[in-house]
Ligand binder design. Structure first.
Ligand code: NAD
Length: 505
């Protein structure tokens, strides 16, 4: 047996032990510290071979109501808890995530199809998210002193109340921690509705939080469908805000659903991010980054560089190298450490990605690599590359959300920027050039919430994360997260006897 086959066999045996209890009891909701079974159930299946992982408790409006009540009841004590104590509990959660990182990563790979080489790091990044916001918990309420001649204005912040967190199925563990950690650090209580396609690790996170001593009701887990539990959460009057990660059109629905109760919303939505490669760039590094940013995480990544914009003069040589590398990508079992691309999450998603292969061909782009199903069990697709696409084609405009790259040629800076900005989305942009002033011009002109110059998506947690246009509303990271989960109050103290207008005197 090769080393990677041995590692795969070991992973499968360990995973099997971890899954045994879910096979017996199902994946339960967790409300007010109690495990809650469903009156009804749905199934989660592995995209590797469509085998049943477990039945999952199906939450509905009544389940959400119970969870929202638990979050409301738990809020006053959690909000009033000294920041240093909240900090200690959040660090304990991070400790337990690290202790169970292997279990989390194995479950995540099996439930989502994401490759082990990326998921083992994503579990640890979840712990990092908790540590980062744990350290900010004691200062989350801090405000400013804004004196005038007559008044001392003092601002302070308070947690907004119980909040709803709704997460998608791609890298669900990491994304859940990214939302839940700052909410808890701010002093909010949470009802979490994870994606129905990948509920496993949300359950692990809720257990870890309970084991770490998070008081009952501070984090509640309700599984269910978007139209059922998800919708009820966004409409619940006791839930003050919704932090949502998912598709842009779901964001629109949530905004409508939350309008009656005037919900505050924070949206991290879709993307169609350009990677712009100029002829003067370090082309080997640009190639590595372009491949990594679209084919890692199965391309099921909001920040993926799904549009390659490549300057005419180097396009042929760049494409030749790209085609070689994409042909060599290893598609396989997600628990095999050698695998670079696992199966897509679900048949419906496979059908969507495969549908875009047909659309690209019909629109006249060149299918240079892939586009076909691999094997006949599971939802594996060969990494796909279309070259010589034009900016108005659907594969150059719409989010495919798979290992699917669309390459478009450009002549000069002005055309690159026009193409880059000519889509509905605006999450990230990647710029490759060794001309400093060009880098400044292009990064300034890009309609995006985040730009990386001569780099792939390397995150630094204190920096703002989020998109513009159809890619989102609001920012996460550092103090930006607290702006969402907290209310700011200004109190003005008169410094003396300033003149008060006298009416009717
Ligand atoms: P989705 O919008 O279909 O589902 C996301 C969540 O919303 C799920 O939990 C779902 O059950 C719930 N939902 C669906 N309808 C709802 C409704 N009417 N009311 C309330 N909740 C509802 O998204 P997905 O397919 O799970 O995830 C992929 C999408 O997420 C892609 O568009 C991707 O770009 C985006 N994404 C964005 C970021 C970011 O940071 N910008 C990060 C990851 C993923």
């Amino acid at each position: 047996m090769t080393a990677s086959a041995t590692a795969l066999a070991t992973h499968l045996a360990t995973l099997d032990r971890h899954l045994a209890r879910f096979r017996d009891n199902g994946i339960l909701n967790l409300i007010a510290g109690q495990d809650v079974a469903g009156a009804e159930w749905f199934e989660t299946r592995s995209p590797v071979d469509e085998s049943l992982i477990a039945k999952v408790a199906l939450g509905d409006a009544a389940t959400i109501d119970a969870a929202a009540k638990a979050a409301k009841d738990a809020f006053p004590a959690w909000a009033a808890m000294e920041g240093a104590k909240r900090k200690a509990i959040l660090h304990r959660i991070a400790d337990l995530i690290e202790e169970r990182a292997e279990e989390i990563a194995l479950c995540e790979c099996w439930d989502t199809g994401q490759a082990w080489r990326f998921m083992s790091k994503a579990a640890l990044r979840g712990a990092e998210n908790f540590r980062f916001f744990a350290d900010l918990a004691p200062s989350a309420r801090d405000g400013q002193a804004l004196p005038t001649k007559d008044h001392m204005n003092v601002t302070s912040r308070k947690p907004i109340g119980p909040v709803g967190v709704i997460t998608p199925w791609n890298t669900p563990f990491m994304l859940s921690t990214w939302k839940i950690a700052p909410a808890l650090a701010a002093g909010c209580t949470v009802v979490h509705k994870p994606a129905e396609f990948s509920p496993l690790t949300a359950r692990l996170l809720s257990e870890i939080c309970r084991d770490a001593g998070l008081p009952d009701g501070v984090l509640n887990l309700v599984n269910g469908m978007g139209e059922g539990a998800g919708r009820a959460l966004t409409e619940h009057p006791d839930i003050k805000a919704i932090a949502f990660v998912g598709e842009s059109r779901t964001g629109s629905m949530i905004m409508r659903q939350g309008s009656e109760t005037l919900k505050r919303v924070h949206f991290e939505l879709g993307g169609k991010n350009p990677c712009i490669v100029f002829a003067d760039a370090d082309l080997d590094r640009a190639l590595d980054a372009a491949i990594f940013m679209i084919y890692s995480l199965n391309g099921e990544r909001c920040t993926s560089s799904s549009r390659l914009l490549v300057q005419d003069s180097i396009a042929d040589t760049f494409h030749a190298k790209l085609i070689d590398r994409v042909n060599s990508l290893k598609v396989g079992h997600p628990l095999d450490p050698a695998t670079e691309i696992g199966p897509l999450i679900h048949q419906t998603h496979f059908d969507k990605v495969a549908g875009y292969v047909e659309i690209g061909k019909q629109d006249g782009a060149t299918l240079a690599v892939g586009g076909t199903r691999q094997g006949d069990a599971g939802w594996f697709i060969r990494p796909t590359l279309f070259t010589d696409a034009t900016p108005e084609m659907r594969i150059a405009q719409e989010e495919v959300f798979g290992p699917f790259l669309t390459s478009i040629r450009f002549a000069d800076e002005a055309e690159a920027l026009k193409i880059a900005n000519g889509v509905a989305y605006g999450l990230t942009g990647y710029v490759w050039t060794n001309d400093l002033t060009r880098a400044l011009r292009i990064s300034d002109g890009l309609e995006a919430g985040m730009v990386w110059v001569n780099s792939e998506n390397v995150r630094h947690l204190p920096t703002p994360f989020g998109g513009v246009k159809a890619s989102g509303i609001g920012r996460d990271g550092g103090d930006w997260s607290f702006e969402f989960y907290m209310e700011t109050k200004n109190t003005a103290f008169a410094l003396g006897a300033h003149t008060i207008p006298r009416l009717g005197a």
